[in-house]
Design a protein around this ligand. Sequence first.
Ligand code: NAD
Length: 297
Amino acid sequence: MVRGDLLCPGEECMAQILDGKAVARKVLADVKAGVAAVKDRSGATPTLAVVLVGDFPSSKIYIANKKKAAAEVGIASRDFLYAEGLSQPELLGLLRQLNADPAIHGILLQLPLPSGCDEGEAIAAIAPEKDVDGFHPMNLGLLLAGTPTVVPCTPAGVMEILDHYGVELKGAEAVVVGRSRIVGKPLAQLLLARHATVTMCHTRTRDLAAHTLRAELLCVAAGRPQVITGAMVREGAVVVDVGINRLESGRLVGDVEFESAAKRARAITPVPGGVGPMTVAMLMKNTLQAARRQLGL
Ligand code: NAD
C-alpha cells in the first residue's frame, strides 16, 4: 500500500514515518518557483493579507510561521493586526477593503476570533477568490460538488502526504475521526473523490474502536490528546495524525498514541513533523494559485 521500505529498527517492526517536513519542503520549493514565474510574467508579487483580531498567543505563533514561509517562497505579506480587537462591522469593513484591493491576492483571517465577532459571517465576507484557507461556504460547496477550487490547507496537506508516499486510496477502507469544518469534513470529501470508502466518526459515534479497527487508512483530527491507542489501530494501517496538543509537561503530542500505534501501523505521521508543516505549505500553494487566477495566468 505504501511505497518505500518499512523501517524495522528493533524486534518489533516499526512503521514507516510519513515525513511531513520533507514533503512540505518539496511543496514550498515548487511554490517558490511558481512565485518567481508569476513575478516574471506579470511584474506582480503574490501578496497575502494577514488579519489577526484579538490577543491570542498561539495565533501569533501560527502567524509568525506563516509569514516566515511566505518570505521564504517570495510571497509578500501585509499585516492587519488588531490586538485590542475590532467590532464586527469594523472587521467586515476591513475585509471588504481587502477584497477590493487588487494588490492583495489572498486573505488569511486567523481564527479564532474574539467573542463578540461572528466567525461564520466574517469568513463569508471574504471574496471566495481570495479565501486562501478554503473555508468560504462557496469553496466548501465547490468541494462537495466535486469541483474543488480552493481546498482547506490541512486536509489538502494530508492528501499531499498520502500521494507523496503512494498510498493507494481507490477502494481503501478509510476512517476519519473528527467532523470539523476545517479538517474532518473536507478531508472525508477529498478521500471520497479519490474513491476511498469513507466512514466519519465523531463524539457521538458508538464504539469508536470498532470503526478504527477496520481502517486501512485512519485519519485522526479529534483534538483529544492520544485518544487513539495502538489497540484501536488495524495491523498494517496507514495512520495520519492531524492533532496537535500540548500536555501539561510541555510535550507536544498528537491525537494518536504514537508509540503503540507505530507498532501496528504500516506507516504513520509523527507529531510534530507530520501534518503540521504541510498546513503552512499548502497555504502558500493556495496563495500562489489565487494570485495566478486573479492575474489571469
Ligand atoms: P474540532 O475541535 O473543531 O473538531 C474535533 C472533532 O473531533 C469534532 O468533530 C468531534 O466530534 C470529534 N471528536 C472529539 N473527540 C472525539 C472522540 N473522543 N471520539 C470521536 N470523535 C471525537 O478540532 P479541529 O479544528 O478539527 O482540529 C482537530 C485537531 O487537529 C486538533 O488537535 C487541532 O489542534 C489539530 N489541527 C492541526 C492542524 C495542523 O496544521 N496539523 C490544523 C488544524 C487542526
